[in-house]
Write a protein that binds this ligand. Structure first.
Ligand code: UDP
Ligand code: MG
Length: 346
């Protein structure tokens, strides 16, 4: 009996699972230290798993790069990718996914709005056999009424439009198993809406409700302009319904135009007061012009996307790495030991 117990412990330590935690950072000097402390404390509370903490510096202009350099010196689990410029949150997350080596990958924000302790629940669900565990916000303190309202509306509209159901009130805070990560790595699209892409992949997915915290320090790196781009990416990447809407509008306006034409012809032929159609004429011209411009705009958005796709530029440029050897694999033993990684994604 003693022998079999020993064997079990031995096997247990051999098959220790490795989890990559990906943290995109853009000018987060105020929070980095605390985030690291919380993350390392969390890792220590999970003796059954090995961790790699993969930071992606998204072209920060403050002290974030230097703080991450120090973090990598202090803790062998820390690996860092430095982008050549700011590429945006979704691309930073993508680079982390590409470079990760763990059996599971967790995406988390740097500002502690997603409490690291929630990952424990994700790991449990992963152990139960789920491939994607996405954290769903029960509450969102510290956000403006405007952000709350627009986010709520956005997820509902998106779900009406998208052919893949995308979970409501869910950010990128989630765990994904290696098979899902491998599929994501093979999705080369440029306008990335990661949470939608993960839903599209399928596999066994489950929600994990949590209370979202307030931003620990610093300000949101998502101004309204970035939020609008992000929302547009979400809708246009997951739906062609806007094109159908423009067709429907075209049809409806054509119908009205037909009625108008018959009416105008009738006036011209059977009455003497046919000059008096000016108001109707203006309305028809303006209405049709508006509908046409809108439809052109929608088509233009899609064509613009086709243009960025065909250019085939790399998705991001890494200027420096810490914790990766020359061939891109994890450098030190503490990081997950397998799999080579691409520096510049084609
Ligand atoms: N972020 C990034 N690049 C950007 C903007 C944001 O890597 O261009 C990171 C940011 O450092 C944070 C995460 O994305 O870790 C979420 O950003 P933020 O908390 O500012 O967004 P919010 O929670 O306000 O939506
Ligand atoms: Mg935040």
């Amino acid at each position: 009996m003693g022998l079999s117990e020993g064997a079990e412990i031995f096997i247990g330590s051999i098959v220790e699972k490795c989890v990559s935690i990906i943290i995109p950072c853009y000018n987060e000097e105020e929070v980095i230290r605390t985030t690291l402390d919380r993350l390392t404390a969390f890792c220590s509370s999970q003796p059954d798993y090995a961790f790699e903490l993969l930071f992606v510096d998204d072209g920060s202009s403050d002290r974030t790069p230097a703080l991450l350099r120090q973090a990598a010196v202090d803790d062998a689990r820390v690996r860092v990718l430095y982008f050549a410029r700011n590429f945006g949150h979704q691309i930073a997350v993508t680079a982390g996914i590409d470079a990760s080596t763990g059996d599971a990958v967790v995406l988390i924000d740097a500002d502690l709005q997603d409490p690291p302790e929630v990952i424990a629940g994700m790991l449990e669900k992963w152990r139960d056999g789920y491939d994607v565990v996405y954290a769903t916000r029960i509450s969102r303190p510290g956000e403006s009424a405007f952000k709350l309202f627009t986010a709520r509306a956005f997820y509902r509209v998106l779900n009406r439009l998208s052919e893949v159901p995308i979970p409501l009130d869910t950010g990128d805070f989630r765990l994904m198993s290696r098979p899902v990560v491998e599929v994501l790595k093979n999705m080369p699209e440029r306008h990335r809406f990661v949470r939608g892409m993960v839903s599209w992949v399928g596999f066994r997915q489950i929600a994990l409700p949590y209370e979202r915290a307030e931003r620990f320090a610093g300000t949101s790196k998502y101004p309204l302009r970035k939020m609008l781009r992000f929302a547009t990416d979400g809708i246009l990447s997951f739906s062609v319904k806007p094109l159908q809407v423009s067709i429907a509008m075209g049809l409806i306006s054509a119908l009205f135009a037909m009625i108008g034409i018959i009416y105008a012809l009738g006036l011209r032929m059977f009455t003497a007061t046919w000059v008096e159609g000016w108001t109707a004429l203006m309305i028809a011209v303006l209405f049709l012009g508006g509908v046409q411009l809108l439809s052109l705009g929608i088509i233009g958005e899609y064509i613009g996307r086709i243009y960025t796709e065909v250019k085939q530029r790399p998705l991001y440029i890494v200027r420096e790495t810490i914790g990766f050897s020359e061939n891109g694999a994890a450098e030190h033993s503490a990081a997950c030991p397998t799999s080579a990684t691409a520096r510049t994604r084609k």
